[in-house]
Design a protein around this ligand. Structure first.
Ligand code: ADP
Length: 484
């Protein structure tokens, strides 16, 4: 179809337009409506023709929106009716709906008419209303700004967060919320976002701050989303006050530093104290030896027995001091390497050869994984667990020890299971503390430091160590190590 050859029927085009088109004369009377107008306003064409345009405007708004047509026709120009105001139209059934009305003069030889185009904004308003409700209900402060950075919408949480009321915000530049020292730089960042508007967190890797109405600054986190609407890119900023989180992080950092310093101090103390205790102990031991060498024959039997007790006690004290020194030394200057747990078990079995042979213990293990860890300490861990498993069995029982490992998402969980005497539930935590034992020395020997060592070794590996046990049936000691 050639639209330029004059044959085309423009009336048909106007008639079929999906927008209400109304022609009005100088007196404000309707002289033509298209069929879409009938559909929108629910009037028949005949009911509208020769009526004043006001028939389509709600009574209470007529005064505000009245157009003085004779004035308009003196200098008719194309313009929007009532710009910056909400306009409503009314249907025959008196239902009102939001509209946009455009006025265009149509000049012909005999008269000038004005074409009113009426756009139904109901859907757009509904969507805007929904958007506003979502913004209002959001759990963080939200600000909507246009492409020039002017604030168009805020929710209640934004009012609360920044101390401004809604009307203080609207129309202001978003820079009103930026601390002075960042203000100059901010418009550039804003433009940067507009040239590449991807939804993202703002200021990755930087600490962000906002300024409250009363001038105080506070740390924030901002998420930015671009929202295209009405031929423009808008930005929705979601803002969270992270003062509390920052404060907690700082406090936690402080506590960790203090704990580390205290730990260091404690280790130093343990080391020095045990080191210094050795000296008087050596003197006691030498004196006992001297008495035994020189004066044993002159001593009464009762005194000899006492002397033996003193000797035994000082030997025991030496063991305790050595154990403490070992405990303090654990992990010092050690480096993590990859460790084949199968070879650790083999070397521990080798070291415990005499004890295994004597007790006729049966040690079995699954195929174990390779892990990252401190090799000397891991050997000590298994040596303690396996030797305890052999030691704490009833007299008439052959010790059976099995070592296994299962993996879950992040780590390996090892288990050392025995058929020993077991540990009552009430004691299962206590045994991991320094020098805590559950038995008399003549029943089962030991000084109660093995499991404390194990605990410290697992702490070094950021792993867990615990026991599950039933008295009379046996125990399983579990420990976890990160997967490589
Ligand atoms: P020690 O063996 O020198 O006493 P540990 O720290 O290794 O010190 O163990 C602490 C206590 O835990 C032991 O005295 C014992 O009562 C209990 N225990 C450790 N391992 C086992 C086990 N496999 N079965 C039963 N009891 C155990």
């Amino acid at each position: 179809m050639n639209l330029n050859n004059g044959n085309f029927n423009f009336q048909l085009l106007v008639e079929a337009s999906p927008i209400a088109l109304i022609l009005v004369n100088k007196l404000g009377h309707i002289v033509y409506v298209n069929s879409f107008t009938e559909r929108v306003f629910l009037y028949k064409r005949e009911e509208l023709l020769n009526k004043k345009l006001e028939i389509l405007i709600p009574k209470e708004e007529r005064e505000t929106h009245q157009i003085d047509f004779s004035e308009y026709f003196k200098a008719p120009v194309e313009r929007q009716m009532g710009p910056n105001r909400e306009l409503f139209a009314v249907k025959k059934n008196e239902e009102q709906f939001p509209v946009e009305i455009g006025l265009t003069p149509i000049v012909s030889e005999n008269e000038t008419l004005v074409l009113a185009t009426i756009n139904d904004l109901s859907e757009r308003k509904k969507a805007e209303h929904q958007f506003k409700s979502v913004v209002e209900a959001a759990p963080s402060a939200l600000l909507l700004a246009n492409s020039e950075g002017k604030i168009e919408m805020v929710n209640q949480l934004a009012e609360k967060l920044f101390g401004y009321s809604r009307k203080d915000f609207i129309g202001q530049k978003i820079e009103m919320l930026v601390p002075d020292r960042f203000k100059a730089h901010h418009p550039k960042l804003r433009k940067g976002f507009h040239s590449n508007p991807t939804n993202r967190a703002m200021g990755a890797g930087r600490d962000l701050y906002a300024k409250h109405k009363d001038g105080h600054e506070f740390p924030i986190e901002i998420g930015l989303s671009s929202i295209p609407a009405r031929n423009e890119m808008h930005v929705l900023a979601s803002i969270i006050d992270i003062s509390e989180r920052k404060k907690n992080e700082e406090a936690l950092k402080g506590y960790t530093q203090k704990i580390e310093a205290k730990n260091e101090e404690l280790e130093q103390f343990t080391y020095i104290a045990s080191h210094d205790l050795r000296e008087p102990l050596n003197s006691i031991t030498s004196l006992i030896m001297l008495i035994k060498e020189d004066e044993l024959d002159h001593l009464e039997e009762a005194t000899r027995v006492k002397l033996n007790y003193i000797e035994e006690s000082s030997d025991r004290m030496r063991s305790l001091i050595e154990a403490l020194l070992d405990y303090g030394r654990l992990g010092k200057n050690a480096e993590q390497v990859s460790v084949d747990m199968n070879s650790i078990i083999a070397s521990v079995q080798n070291d415990l050869h005499d004890r295994i042979e004597k007790s006729e213990a049966i040690i079995t293990s699954d195929n174990l994984p390779i892990v990252n860890g401190f090799i000397v300490e891991l050997r000590l861990l298994l040596q303690n667990l396996i030797s305890n498993a052999i030691k704490y069995t009833a007299k008439d029982t052959t010790p059976k020890v099995h070592i296994s490992a299962v993996q879950n998402q992040n780590h390996w969980q090892f288990a050392v299971t025995d058929n020993g005497i077991g540990i009552p539930k009430s004691q299962q935590e206590k045994i991991f503390l320094l020098f805590q034992r559950l038995h008399a020395r003549d029943q089962y020997g030991g000084i109660g430091i093995g499991l404390a060592h194990c605990k410290k070794i697992m702490d070094m590996h950021h792993g867990q160590l615990w026991v599950e046990s039933e008295p009379g049936k046996g125990s399983t000691f579990y420990f976890t190590l990160s997967k490589i």
